[in-house]
Design a protein around this ligand. Structure first.
Ligand SMILES: Nc1ncnc2c1ncn2[C@@H]1O[C@H](COP(=O)(O)OP(=O)(O)OP(=O)(O)O)[C@@H](O)[C@H]1O
Ligand SMILES: [Mg+2]
Length: 244
């Protein structure tokens, strides 16, 4: 797993942070993903779009090893996830920041404790925890809410806590499956712009969404899935209706 941090080949050419090679995923014989090939470089920012049932969440679950492909290979930072044994999966997850549509915050814990959770689980000492949590909360502009509980926050604020929690351990890759699905349009745009700013610091960011206005406002790479197949993959892209 040490190779996960080694993002640059000896020739100084960035290797893919995320790579899918001839990936098929079937559920009970029905294909959810078909022959997906994808290459997302270190520091890239991309949208994964497509209609309901297109396979977006399935692809995301393969990336954090919640599922394995029926055939084909999935690589994160050059590590073939098919080759990980069960004991190595937590190591993979620590190197991925995962952001959920429904935030998945601990309701009985403060903002600070939600963001600190993973660091404490890793045995990081409290002085370092405080430093890293404060710095993650500063990135999402929520330092002043450190003592609040999730129920005291707006949806957008809760998602910003979710983002702080995802970045607190400095992962090279951020995966967000429909991160704006529960938010209004203006808040959605702010959240996606925040994720773009984080990617500019060198983090690879993949966002699945069917929010057409957001994708079209950003004009970034758009990877479109339809019926489990990649039907478009364009830089500075828009989410065209015919993709859905
Ligand atoms: N655990 C599962 N068992 C069986 N079929 C599944 C499972 N998960 C997904 N599928 C099927 O795989 C296909 C792709 O589903 P997926 O959830 O990846 O789509 P999606 O693009 O994320 O859709 P949405 O926009 O609604 O979230 C669908 O036909 C779905 O019914
Ligand atoms: Mg989904």
């Amino acid at each position: 797993m040490a190779t996960l941090e080694k993002c640059v080949s000896p020739a100084k050419k960035p290797v893919a942070m995320i790579r899918l090679q001839n990936v098929y995923k079937n559920y009970g014989g029905r294909p959810a993903l078909s022959n997906v090939n994808l290459h997302i470089a270190l520091g890239e920012f991309a949208f994964l779009v497509g209609p309901s049932g297109a396979g977006k969440s399935t692809l995301m679950r393969l990336l954090y090893r919640e599922e394995v492909p029926t055939t084909g290979n999935v690589f994160i930072g050059g590590v073939n996830l098919n080759r990980l044994h069960a004991g190595q999966i937590p190591l993979l997850r620590r190197r991925l920041g995962i952001i959920f549509q429904d935030f998945k915050l601990l309701s009985s814990q403060t903002v600070f404790n939600n963001v600190a959770y993973i660091l404490r689980a890793l045995g990081v000492d409290e002085a370092e925890v405080a430093k890293r949590v404060n710095s993650a909360l500063a990135v999402v502009n929520l330092e002043h809410k450190w003592d609040a509980y999730p129920s005291e926050l707006s949806g957008g604020e809760q998602q910003r806590v979710g983002i702080a929690r995802a970045i607190v351990n400095g992962p090279p890759v951020l995966l967000a499956d429909e991160p704006t699905g529960n938010l209004d349009p203006a808040t959605s745009l702010e959240i996606v712009q925040l994720l773009e700013r984080i990617s500019q610091r060198g983090t690879t960011v993949l966002i699945s969404t069917h929010d057409q206005p957001i994708v079209n406002a950003m004009r970034r790479r758009v990877i479109a899935l339809k019926g489990g197949e990649v039907v478009a993959d364009v830089d500075n892209g828009i989410y065209e209706l015919e993709m859905s």
